[in-house]
Unconditional design. Structure first.
Length: 305
């Protein structure tokens, strides 16, 4: 029995020594890389997940050709989000324009170990009744329908991230940051192709509870601030998931910062994690409210219609 115990301790010690030298080798490898090479590598690694990395500002955002575009949007994604460690405030704006019902939604909150925000632009191919809003699968805006949009996300301490572009799904995610959605504010702007679409969107904002004094117009561009806490009809079980997921998110944020402690900036932390614990690296890149399994289910649903 003592012999077996000795062998187990010897094996454990051997593994500790191997991991220690492996860790030192990885730290040295990351430190020796040039900044440009680091950023290019991260871009290559995250591109299959539908994201790109902004090296100068240390945040992730979605690409124009992200696979998520094929998944569209349905209310179920938001409803299920807390079960996947995504605790968000959401502001969906519905309006009718050009023979279609459009839905432009704004999100802010905690996405796993990322603090972030999103603007998503979607529509159907016909006019919906209000009763159909939460049961309909919306398509993402195509290239000709994308809008120039931007947002600045900031917390109660004044820290912020800012992004802009012509997009169907504009996002920004800060890795290793933990926030409560109610402590985040999002100053967003949208530029519309014509007055008719802008007016229809403004009516949707009024229905969502905004007033004319809260909206700023600069020609075709509308700017407003989304700070309010989400008011939902979620049941107690979902509220439980929100609290539990936030507890997990806070814990995992601390673990991420502890594991990657040899480094301070995001690209070094991310690459260190990729070389040292690749399965965790893949896990932290699940930044949206649905995954490819949801996308496959959606395709099956459409094929049956």
């Amino acid at each position: 029995m003592y012999l077996y115990l000795f062998i187990l301790l010897l094996i454990a010690s051997l593994f500790c020594i191997i991991f220690h030298f492996r860790k030192k080798k990885i730290i040295c490898k990351v430190k020796c890389m040039e900044k440009c090479a680091k950023c290019n590598l991260i871009d290559e690694l995250v591109e299959p997940f539908g994201y790109c990395y902004h090296c100068n500002y240390s945040f992730f955002s979605s690409t124009l050709n992200a696979w998520q575009k094929k998944a569209g949007y349905t209310y179920l994604y938001d409803y299920m989000a807390p079960r996947f460690q995504m605790v968000l405030d959401a502001l969906p704006i519905y309006f009718d324009y050009d023979g279609k019902t459009w839905m432009i939604e704004f999100w802010k909150g905690q996405y796993g170990i990322h603090t972030g925000a999103e603007i998503g632009i979607y529509h159907t191919d016909h006019i919906l009744s209000t009763d159909e809003y939460k049961t309909t699968l919306f398509d993402c805006a195509d290239k000709s329908e994308m809008l120039n949009c931007s947002f600045r996300l900031y917390n109660k301490d004044g820290d912020y991230v800012q992004v802009s572009g012509k997009h169907w799904w504009l996002t920004a995610f800060l890795t290793g940051c933990f926030s409560s959605p109610k402590d985040l504010c999002m100053k967003a702007s949208l530029t519309f192709p014509d007055k008719e679409m802008q007016s229809a969107f403004i009516k949707g904002m009024y229905r969502a509870g905004y007033t004319a004094q809260e909206l700023n117009l600069f020609g075709p561009t509308l700017t407003f601030t989304f700070c309010r806490e989400q008011k939902t009809d979620f049941r107690p079980l979902t509220r439980f998931w929100c609290r539990f997921s936030q507890w997990e998110n806070k814990l995992f944020c601390k673990l991420y910062l502890q594991i990657t402690k040899p480094f301070c900036n995001t690209e070094d932390r991310i690459l260190y994690l990729y070389y040292y614990l690749p399965f965790i690296f893949r896990r932290i890149l699940r930044l949206h409210r649905f995954d490819k399994r949801c996308h496959r289910k959606k395709c099956c649903m459409r094929s049956k219609i």
